[in-house]
Write a protein that binds this ligand. Structure first.
Ligand code: AMP
Length: 282
């Protein structure tokens, strides 16, 4: 496994692989790996000849009062995990090599970035889109893999790739969870033992919504109220950032569940802001 730190080096390596006729998969990450990241690496390994993993805590997607400095990092451990997945190249640039002091170009998909996480994180998806487009242009991969845990992110990237006529196929992988149902997240380290013990209730609330929809409940307000009531009982110390039911592709809010519907949430639990989602069927 080779480690690249400058955009020029990774671009040259990927160009060489393409000239040799190799297919490429890219897994963009911010590091501090868990099995969610590993599932993307494993799928990328199956899909393409060469697997590139980017490891970059992207300052542009953090708001001024967010956890950029506190975000967990462990480069040595991450490299060992990537190596175990037969990753061919890690791209770990320094922020100053990705953003010059006079960086002035931003990519936005505002229609999809306004709601859900975008409401409380107004510059987040602009940062995500800009860095992902840079990574796609540097590596020109056949496949780029994203997790459905960040559903809004993969929907926005998919739209950006379509709108800008990029050739990369966006592959979305299912959410990997702890045995008790909590979605794996690098930010789970922020939870105290007590918060960690209660955190699976986030998923339980979403499962309750799924059961209601399966039983024929179509009224979005009633489903959301049932989840809020469940959380009020089981997670009294939490604060809901948002709880929405939206069209899975356009992310437009729904009033009735009468087709594809995604329930997505962000919940503050102590220092952690945890996100999760579930597809509702009826
Ligand atoms: P991050 O390092 O948190 O930016 O995540 C890098 C990629 O891993 C993103 O595409 C995430 O959606 C994905 N990911 C994070 N957590 C999970 C999870 N629990 N299951 C599946 N994918 C995940």
């Amino acid at each position: 496994m080779r480690i690249f730190t400058t955009p020029e080096e990774i671009r040259a390596q990927c160009a060489q692989w393409r000239r040799e006729g190799r297919s490429l998969a890219l897994v963009p990450t911010m590091g501090y790996y868990h099995q969610g990241h590993e599932s993307l690496m494993a799928r990328g390994r199956e899909l393409a000849d060469k697997l590139v993993v980017s490891l970059f805590v992207n300052p542009a997607q953090f708001g001024p009062n967010e956890d950029l400095d506190a975000y967990p990092r462990d480069f040595e451990r991450d490299c060992a995990i990537a190596e175990a997945h037969n990753v061919d190249a890690i791209f770990a640039p320094r922020p100053e090599d990705m953003y010059r002091p006079d960086h002035a170009t931003w990519v936005e998909v505002p229609e999809l970035a306004r709601g859900l996480c975008g409401k409380s994180r107004p510059i987040h998806f602009r940062g995500v889109c800009t860095v992902v487009l840079k990574l796609l242009l540097l590596t020109l991969p056949d496949f780029a893999l994203f997790g459905q845990k960040d559903w809004q992110q993969q929907a926005i990237i998919r739209r950006m790739v379509r709108d800008l006529n990029l050739e990369t196929e966006i592959v979305a992988m299912p959410i990997v969870r702890e045995p008790d149902g909590l979605a794996l997240s690098s930010r789970n380290v922020y939870l105290t033992p007590d918060e960690r013990a209660k955190a699976p209730a986030i998923r339980e609330g979403l499962l309750l919504a799924s059961r209601l929809a399966k039983r024929g409940e179509t009224d979005v307000a009633r489903v959301k109220n049932a989840v809020r009531a469940y959380w009020a009982g089981h997670l009294p110390e939490s604060k809901i950032d948002y709880l929405e039911i939206v069209d899975p592709e356009s992310l437009a809010p729904l009033e009735k569940i009468a087709g594809p519907a995604l329930m997505a949430c962000a919940v503050f639990l102590g220092k952690a802001r945890l996100i999760d989602n579930i597809l509702l069927m009826n």
